[in-house]
Design a binder for this molecule. Sequence first.
Ligand SMILES: Nc1ncnc2c1ncn2[C@@H]1O[C@H](COP(=O)(O)OP(=O)(O)O)[C@@H](O)[C@H]1O
Ligand SMILES: [Mg+2]
Length: 270
Amino acid sequence: MSLTVDNVVVRYRARRPFADVLLRRPGSARPAVDGVRLTLNKGEVVALVGESGSGKSTLARCLAGMQELTSGRVTADDIDLTTLRGGELKTFRQRVQMIFQDPYESLSPRQRVKDIVAEGLAIHGVPKAAREARVNAALVAVGLTPVESFLDRRPFELSGGQRQRVAIAGSLVLEPDYLIADEPVSMLDVSIRAGVLKLLHELRESRELGVLLITHDLATAVHVADHIAVMQAGRIVEQGPAAQVTGDPAHEYTRALLAATPDLDRAISA
Ligand SMILES: Nc1ncnc2c1ncn2[C@@H]1O[C@H](COP(=O)(O)OP(=O)(O)O)[C@@H](O)[C@H]1O
Ligand SMILES: [Mg+2]
């Protein structure tokens, strides 16, 4: 099973100078995503690496079916997302989950952990009686144990790493096939990043999850990813097996990223 973006272009409608509009001058801004092809398979971690503004988040939203495309298509198991209707669309939304950079922002501050994690279950019509067991199992899966000591806490009573684990649990509880993680550790303390990354890596094994891990840090990518795609100015300039991309980079931008990552060997090995 796989999730694929095929020749996708996303051009945001830029606010143009009024004179340009009057004179019908074409917009000159380059697309945020400019003809990208990328596949995410189940049971595989793909790292999407690139500097800020290169189009990573936009591409992530494309894969998650949350972004209007200018052209190209996104498919799940060869089915074009734009053809999905009703129940099919709902199933897709359950199968593909997104995790964001700032767990504090993505969690409602007043809700308790058990309600945060259960939220998706209610939306997807899982009967009340079945929810508690699934919430508990999801918390165990993300390492928030003993579960009883976390269920009634609120986000401010958790560390940054624990908050991100709650967000991950809220996705896992829906038993997705794919997790799109947009810079999931960049707001976290360096000391706890490795634990969260290790968790994502383990989930790929234990649940055969396909993970798209967005990062601007190649050192992170090389330790958790099977496949690395390097993005620059809306294009994927290089992609391949992680060891190959980092060991024998073909593109000068990848080489520049590597040169800016002196601690490649030491990082994230915990
Ligand atoms: N909603 C939006 N409207 C207009 N431009 C946007 C929007 N979101 C992103 N962009 C622009 O698209 C480009 C890519 O952004 P983004 O996908 O967020 O990159 P990254 O995640 O790699 O930092 C940037 O130039 C950004 O300013
Ligand atoms: Mg981004």
